[in-house]
Design a protein around this ligand. Structure first.
Ligand code: NDP
Length: 278
């Protein structure tokens, strides 16, 4: 029978563990504070920011909210980030992406102190991950490792194929799977014979951004399939994997919604707690 990997249950377990850690820290007079900056009022970003603030409240992390006008300049945003970098009471800084087009996203990511980079997007955090040093890990890939481990899925020695090489999912995911001793292949839009490659995978991680692209022709029988994609179609939410087609032939799979999605915020909260411990 196919194991359905339940991201809602696992993320709740993690948040409850973090809640106890936060209260232990409070008992030692250590407060954890996350600064959340949103520029403009993109509705999806407002929902994400709201969910992050709710998670902070649940765990016992203070959240400081900065809602800036769409017309905010790059210099003004960097000035606020610098102020927060220097504010000892702030442990973590998060700028909700995407920022408006007139602001250079890379410059914003670089402006955040690596010590407060709870999203794990700073080049120093990514570099640390690639050479096995301590640093913040990007939340979605870190959440996938937790999903696998907490579902008792062995990673070491397994053939892992990741489809997608973005900076926030595919690349850090490959580094984390390597760190867990999987044999890792990364596929992308220029990969030839994609099906042949993905059919080798014991663990197939899909982060393409194309609704239901991965059907059972891409999947080895008995594989573990992790679907990172999220799409809002008229028929409802779906992932990059055609769940109904693939689920019957694999040993374990994440659903959409309720798989990878809830883990991202849980791991952000984990990074916030870590930020208070440095
Ligand atoms: P990007 O668009 O940045 O990257 C997509 C990757 O898929 C690229 O590397 C691209 O290759 C590759 N790709 C595109 N088409 C194909 C194809 N036909 N065959 C093989 N590879 C292909 O997306 P993200 O990594 O940011 O996100 C991926 C998905 O995950 C999206 O649906 C996004 O919404 C979702 N997501 C979900 C999160 C969550 O919390 N659940 C968090 C982050 C993302 P190339 O590099 O050659 O262009």
């Amino acid at each position: 029978m196919t194991q359905i990997i339940d991201g809602k249950i696992i993320s709740t377990q993690i948040k409850d563990e973090l809640k106890s850690k936060a209260s232990e820290l409070k008992a030692q007079n250590i407060e954890v504070t996350l600064a959340v900056i949103q520029v403009g009022n993109d509705p999806a970003s407002t929902v994400y920011v709201g969910n992050k603030k709710k998670a902070c409240e649940y765990i016992g992390i203070n959240s400081l909210s900065y809602e800036l006008e769409e017309s905010t300049t790059e210099e003004e945003l960097i000035a606020l980030i610098n102020e927060l970098n220097n504010n000892e009471k702030v442990n973590g800084i998060l700028v909700q992406l995407p920022v408006p087009k007139h602001i250079n996203e890379d410059a914003i990511i670089k402006a955040i102190s690596p010590l407060k980079d709870v999203d794990g997007f700073h080049p120093q955090s990514v570099g640390a991950l690639s050479i096995g040093q301590k640093g913040y890990v990007s939340c979605t890939p870190a959440g996938i490792i937790q999903l696998l481990k907490r579902s008792n899925i062995e990673i070491e020695g397994k053939e892992c194929v990741i489809i997608g090489r973005s900076n926030i999912v595919g690349k850090p995911m490959s580094l984390l799977m390597l760190r867990e001793n999987a044999t890792v292949t990364i596929a992308h839009s220029k990969t030839k014979n994609l099906k042949e490659i993905t059919k080798r995978a014991d663990i197939l991680i899909v982060a393409i951004g194309k609704p239901k692209m991965i059907t059972r022709e891409y999947v080895k029988e008995g594989a573990v399939v992790i679907d990172v994609g999220i799409h809002r179609l008229e028929s409802g939410l779906c992932g990059d994997v055609d769940y109904d087609d693939v689920a019957p032939i694999c040993s374990a799979i994440t659903p959409v919604p309720g798989g990878v999605g809830p883990m991202t915020i849980a791991m952000l909260m984990n990074n916030c707690i870590e930020s208070a411990l440095q």
